[in-house]
Design a protein around this ligand. Structure first.
Ligand code: COA
Length: 156
């Protein structure tokens, strides 16, 4: 079975993330959406809230699992015997950082490789922070987040 991890902060999970996940599921049999901690970011939603929101959104997609992790992604990968990481690439400056992260992860655990998908044309300009900012200023963000996430944003 071909398995992969799709890690991210996902604060919140957007339709851009969903696009990457669904396209990657055409190649991998099972993907774990891994809510990870980015030390530099102050999250709006707790880790558990993010997991619950994504689980609700993916409840009809049995090949997508959702989990969270506080440590290095490679440690999770080793523990679960997964050797692929999926990441989306936007044409807005992602490449350098992604290349560095993929190389470091491979250096830490030589069994692991990162598979990049170009972010779909409809989503290349989306980011979780921009969604939160638009929402804060009263704009409708339904074009950018799945319905299960939108309802939780409303609660916030
Ligand atoms: N569509 C829409 N938005 C997207 C997107 C897509 N396809 N891909 C990324 N984004 C957005 C994200 O929402 C995020 O927005 P934000 O900065 O406003 O929150 C931004 O682009 C950056 O996302 P991403 O590159 O996925 O970074 P991240 O902060 O979500 O995740 C981790 C980074 C969690 C994967 C990384 O910090 C990590 O691996 N941490 C664990 C510790 C570890 O192993 N470190 C060693 C790394 S070598």
């Amino acid at each position: 079975m071909k398995t992969a991890i799709y890690p991210g902060t996902f604060d919140p999970f957007t339709l851009g993330h969903d696009d990457i996940l669904k396209r990657a599921l055409r190649v991998f049999d099972e993907i774990t959406v891994l809510v990870a901690v980015s030390p530099a970011k102050k999250a709006l939603f707790s880790k558990d809230q993010r997991v619950e929101m994504i689980q609700e959104h993916l409840k009809d997609e049995p090949r997508a699992k959702v989990d969270s992790w506080n440590g290095l992604i490679v440690e999770y990968a080793k523990k679960h015997q997964i050797n692929a990481i999926v990441r989306g690439l936007r044409p807005t400056g992602d490449f350098e950082m992604e290349f560095q992260m993929a190389s470091m992860n491979n250096n830490l655990y030589s069994e692991i490789d990162t598979f990049f998908l170009p972010t779909g044309g409809k989503h290349y300009f989306v980011s979780s922070s921009l969604v939160k900012e638009l929402y804060k200023y009263g704009r409708n963000v339904e074009d950018f987040v799945p319905p299960a996430i939108l309802s939780q944003l409303t609660n916030k």
